[in-house]
Write a protein of this length. Structure first.
Length: 114
């Protein structure tokens, strides 16, 4: 059995410049936990694989394609591959969500706009 505590996993370098920690990273899939402080967001981007997001803490706005929705703790959001998506923390509290990519991407993420 392998176990990992989030607090013991280092923050990975990422283009979003946010607290992102890979909890699970194999040849087949990845699980990452992202923390966004109030007022912070990810860069709009396109991922070459399907992504599932699960909100662990807080309230955030998720953008998938042309849709934007405010979501809260214990909500799962599915994002199909090859579509623009983004997360925004417009609240006054921290936002934490888990993202699951399966299969693990073989191509790079494409960033859109600024």
């Amino acid at each position: 059995m392998i176990t990992k505590k989030l607090s013991e996993v280092g923050i990975m370098d990422n283009a979003h410049n946010v607290d992102a920690r890979n909890l699970y990273n194999t040849e087949d899939a990845m699980i990452t936990v992202i923390a966004l402080e109030p007022g912070h967001s990810l860069k709009r981007h396109i991922t070459p694989v399907d992504v599932a997001f699960y909100v662990l803490e807080g309230t955030g706005v998720v953008e998938i394609g042309d849709e934007k929705m405010e979501v809260t703790r214990d909500t799962l959001v599915e994002s199909p591959k090859d579509i623009v998506h983004c997360w925004y923390n417009k609240s006054s509290d921290p936002l934490r969500f888990m993202l699951i990519k399966a299969p693990k991407p073989k191509k790079k993420t494409v960033f859109v706009g600024d």
